[in-house]
Structures are given as structure tokens and as C-alpha cells.
Design a binder for this molecule. Structure first.
Ligand code: NAP
Length: 294
């Protein structure tokens, strides 16, 4: 079996271009677009990721405001900053980076992000809206998986999909998005037992567990498409996913690798969500919404 490589590079470029075009149109209407990134850690990987967002935003002509509160920031300070950003008209998107300082409750903080600025779908309201099919920003990584499948014309409707991981950031929202697209979704987690009982039945396997080498060739069928979401940093500093690429290559029909797969699409989608948020709250859109209610 020749395993096709489902790279995210081309798709990320297409989405970046859409974000850039939309940001340019907004500018021509006198409107800027700004994404605020709140950080409270010295974690090197987080800062590396934030710098990649800043660079991508700059390329797209979108403002990126880094709010770095340092590793000693407390709950009250973080809450205050997020409430201020939520109320500030010049800010259109807000993301709160993890990890956070010990003792800080991330679940309380994300609930303070205004839903219309919640471009990474972190507020429980966004997840609730997704669950009932109402408009909301999905977490960018979850949407990135669906966009990647669409880009490579992998059919989803009527297919069996195994999602490994049930976090509110990836596994759960992705399962909701796939269900909305008429897939039959099986959600696996650390208590599922032998994964192959589920993954070998799947046409599409998405792995988002954060466990190096978790999914092996023996876990998948020959027609399966495998999307690796995991990001694990090895002791030598290299980045790998959750899929044992050596054993899956030659077995699966397609594999989206790490690095080079979902990650770059995720960043591009954060920017696209930010311009979408800016567009939805532009004076013209708000006027149209208010007149339609009259
Ligand atoms: P998380 O909150 O730690 O959740 C991990 C999930 O995997 C949990 O549901 C856990 O099950 C499950 N799991 C762990 N070990 C397992 C095993 N042996 N078998 C089956 N399931 C297992 O992580 P996350 O935030 O969802 O992130 C998952 C991975 O995706 C991480 O590597 C993260 O770095 C990566 N990620 C990448 C991007 C990107 O843009 N590329 C974005 C976000 C996350 P339980 O619920 O039972 O504990």
C-alpha cells in the first residue's frame, strides 16, 4: 500500500490567503483586525508557538497583541485582563495559552472570553453551541482536521471515524463537527482498552492523545486515513506526533504527519476566525443585524 502524505502546507497557505484578503477588505473599510494572545508561562514550547502565531498574523496583515503576564500571574489578574480584552472594541479575537501558573483555573478564565471573540472555541458556551448546531467558533485544531479531510477530498458522511482523545480542546469538539457531517464517530480515551478494537474498524482515525508512538500500523486497516494531531517534544528537541509513522506508512491509505500536518492549518484558522469575528462585529454588520430585527 502506498500511503499518501496529507500535508497541511498547501491548505494552510490557502486559508492564510483568505484571511489576508479579508483583512485587506476590512482595512479598506477603515477597520483593523487584532488578535490578543494571553500568556502566563515561561514554557519554551508555548513561546515558540506564540511567535509562530505572531509571524503568521504579520504575514496576513492582522495585528497580534501579545499580553505576557509572566509565570507568576494570579487568577484575579488573568481574569481582569481577559474581561478588559473582551470589552475592548479594537480587539476581535482572544486566545488564552496554556499552561497557566499552578493553582490558576483555566476553565473559569475561558468562560470570561466574550463568545464573539472566542476564536479558539475555548469558552464552554462555544462548545455548547457546537453541540446543538448553533453558529460558534470551533477550536481551531478541531476545525483544522475537518478542513484537511475536505482538502484531500476524504469523504466523511456515512464513514466510521475513530477519534482517540476526548479533551474539550480537540477530541470532543472534533467529534461534534464530524457528527454534524454525518460521520459515525467512536471516541476513544485512556480507559477504552485495546484501541485496535475501534481503530481497525475505522475509515478515518484521528489521534489526539499526546502519547508518542500510540498508534501503530497494526491498529489501522488498509483503507484508513490517519490524521495525527499529537505534538510531543522528544529529549533531543524534535517534534513528533502520536502515530508511529514507520509502521503506519505502507499500511494506511493516507497519513497526515507531524510536523507538517494539522499544526500549520490550525494557526491559519485562528487568523481566519479572527477576521470572521472582526467582520461579524463591523459597524456595517451590526447595523444590518439591528435593522433585520426591526
Ligand atoms: P489532553 O487534554 O491531555 O487529552 C488527551 C486525551 O487523550 C485524553 O482524552 C486522554 O484520555 C487520551 N489518551 C491519553 N492516553 C491515551 C491512550 N493511551 N489511549 C487512548 N487515549 C489516550 O490533550 P489535548 O489538549 O487534547 O491534546 C492532545 C494532543 O494534541 C497533544 O499532543 C497536544 O499537544 C496536541 N495538540 C495539537 C494541536 C495542534 O494544533 N497541532 C492543538 C492542540 C493540541 P482520558 O480523557 O481518559 O485521560
Amino acid at each position: 500500500m502506498n500511503t499518501a502524505v496529507l500535508s497541511g502546507k498547501e491548505l494552510a497557505g490557502v486559508i492564510q490567503q483568505r484571511a489576508r484578503d479579508e483583512a485587506r477588505i476590512l482595512r479598506s473599510e477603515g477597520l483593523g483586525t487584532t488578535l490578543a494572545v494571553v500568556v502566563a508561562t515561561e514554557d519554551e514550547a508555548t513561546h515558540w508557538y506564540v511567535r509562530s502565531i505572531e509571524r503568521a498574523a504579520e504575514r496576513a496583515g492582522i495585528g497580534c497583541r501579545l499580553v505576557d503576564l509572566g509565570a507568576n500571574a494570579g487568577q484575579a489578574m488573568l481574569a481582569h485582563v481577559i474581561e478588559d480584552l473582551s470589552a475592548e472594541p479594537a480587539v476581535h479575537g482572544i486566545i488564552l495559552q496554556t499552561p497557566l501558573p499552578a493553582g490558576v483555573r483555566a476553565d473559569t478564565l475561558v468562560g470570561l472570553i466574550a463568545p464573539e471573540k472566542d476564536v479558539d472555541g475555548a469558552n464552554p458556551l462555544s462548545l455548547g453551541r457546537l453541540a446543538v448546531g448553533q453558529p460558534a467558533f470551533a477550536p481551531a485544531t478541531a476545525r483544522a482536521v475537518v478542513e484537511l479531510l475536505d482538502h484531500f477530498e476524504v469523504p466523511v458522511a456515512g464513514r466510521n471515524v475513530a477519534v482517540v482523545g476526548r479533551s474539550t480542546v480537540v477530541g470532543k469538539p472534533l467529534s461534534l463537527l464530524l457528527l454534524e457531517r454525518d460521520a459515525t464517530v467512536t471516541i476513544c480515551h485512556s480507559k477504552s482498552g485495546a484501541l485496535e478494537r475501534y481503530t481497525r474498524l475505522a475509515d478515518i482515525v484521528v489521534v489526539a492523545a499526546g502519547r508518542t508512538g500510540l498508534l501503530k500500523g497494526s491498529h489501522v486497516s488498509h483503507e484508513a486515513v490517519v490524521i495525527d494531531v499529537g505534538t510531543n517534544v522528544l529529549p533531543d528537541g524534535s517534534l513528533v506526533g502520536d502515530v508511529d509513522e514507520a509502521s503506519v506508512t505502507g499500511v494506511a491509505a493516507g497519513l497526515s504527519p507531524v510536523p507538517g500536518g494539522v499544526g500549520s492549518v490550525t494557526t491559519a484558522l485562528l487568523l481566519l476566525h479572527t477576521v470572521e469575528a472582526a467582520r461579524q462585529h463591523s459597524p456595517a454588520a451590526l447595523l444590518a443585524a439591528s435593522t433585520s430585527r426591526i
